[in-house]
Each structure stands twice: as C-alpha cells, then as structure tokens.
Ligand binder design. Sequence first.
Ligand code: SF4
Length: 269
Amino acid sequence: MSIKGYIFDIKKYSINDGPGIRTTVFFKGCPLKCWWCHNPESQRKLPEEFEECTFRWHLSHDYENKKRVGSEVTSEEVMIEIEKDVPFYEESDGGATFSGGEPILQINFLNDLLIRCKEKNIHTAIDTTGYTDFKNLELIYNSTDLFLYDLKLMNDDLHIKYTGVSNKIIHANLKRLSDSGNKVVLRIPVVPTITDTEENLDEMIKFIMSLKNIREINLLPYHKSAESKYNKMKKENKLPDLEPPNSEEMNSIKSKFESTGFNVKIGGY
Ligand code: SF4
C-alpha cells in the first residue's frame, strides 16, 4: 500500500547529498527554525502559496499551480522519479537522499520510501536534524545506508536562540546512533559569528572526539542564496547583512578539525 506525504522538491543529479549521483527528495516540515535556513519553504508541513514561486520541480498534477510550494504525493509517485535514474546510481555508486525540512517528521512516509529503495537495491541517505525520538532512528536504521547528521551549536541556550529548540535530544541521539555503526557523516553549517566561534568549534571537537564511527565531517559554508526566497515568501530574514565566510576562514576551520584526525570536506559529501 502506498503512503502519502508532503514534499516540496525533487532534485536530480545531486552530487552534494551523499556519495555519487543522487536524487534528493525534499520533505516539507521542520521542527527547527534556524536563522540561516536556506530552505525556508521547507519549514511548514503543509503546501503553501506565494507569488512568483521558483519551485524547481513540480509533480505533473500540480504543474499548473505555479504559486504552490509543496505537494501531497504517494510513495509510489516518488519512487517512479527515483527509479528513473537507476543507471546513474549504478555508474556512480549513488542513490536516493531524503532531506528537507526534516524527513523524520513524516516517519511512515519516509520509512516506506526507504524500504522501497532497499527492495530495488538503491543506496539510501537521510539528511536529519536528529531532533526526534530515538525509536524513529531505530525504525529506519536497517534501511538507511548513511545518516547525514547536522551539528550546529554546542551551547544549549544559543541553540535554542538560533534554532528554536534544545540540542540535548540531538546530541544524545547522535551519540547512540554513532555507537551503533559506521554510518554517520556530520554536517556542520559554518555561520559567521554564530557557529564559527572558537568556543563552539572547540566544544564541538571535544564532543565529536567522544563519538565512535564518524565517517566524515562536512563543513557547509553559510550562503545568501535564500535571500530572494525570504522576500518572495514575505518571511523575515534574520541575517540580512551577514556575509558568507571566505575560503581562508573555511580552510582554517577545516585544518582545525583535520588536526584531530577527522576526514573533513568543505561542502557536501
Ligand atoms: S534544520 Fe535545516 S531545514 Fe530546518 S530550519 Fe534548520 S536549516 Fe532549515
């Protein structure tokens, strides 16, 4: 039986969301509200409408509604899109990535898609905030080949201020998840003056060194590409004047993590 869920995009030929060439499915809904979010259209669970939508891909039955961001779709419809690119996955050791938003918010829909991918031998990755009950991570553990797990701020007060939620459950889940096997790539957004402070980076390194089985660390530089989305959606951009980190700053943070023995990359996987 096919399960329904809400997505806002499907990106083909992605090379930054896991190994190889991938199809990335963006789920709607996120429990966090990060100040630097570059997908503000992901945050609400239900489809929404706004002028001049620049939604990159539409399911055919929504194609006429250019103002709508997000569609209710079935897992079968999503699998049709994922399976179109199986030859690319086979050639590049790629697969499907479920991102968002937070895909675990729609756990039954996500679980169904992961199981369907596994039945077709398609490699699976999920991009997660980790802000969930651990039982959800356990449910999808066997059908997920790779967790792309976000780590943002170590100080809980700052985490609450800049994302809207506490980091306690996120860090506890990461510890349990990494204890269970070599399936975790950490994704750290580098947001000048917020996540790139010496204090935050030092605390992060201390925490990561206490974890087992971290496969790689990805440093994701803050960028301003969402500016026009905030304007079009009439949502408040809380960091209108913040400039992205330059390559010197990024390389210095990379060296800091590398000096402790981690495999580190600037950008996605
Ligand atoms: S977790 Fe990701 S999608 Fe959710 S608000 Fe933060 S940046 Fe946006």
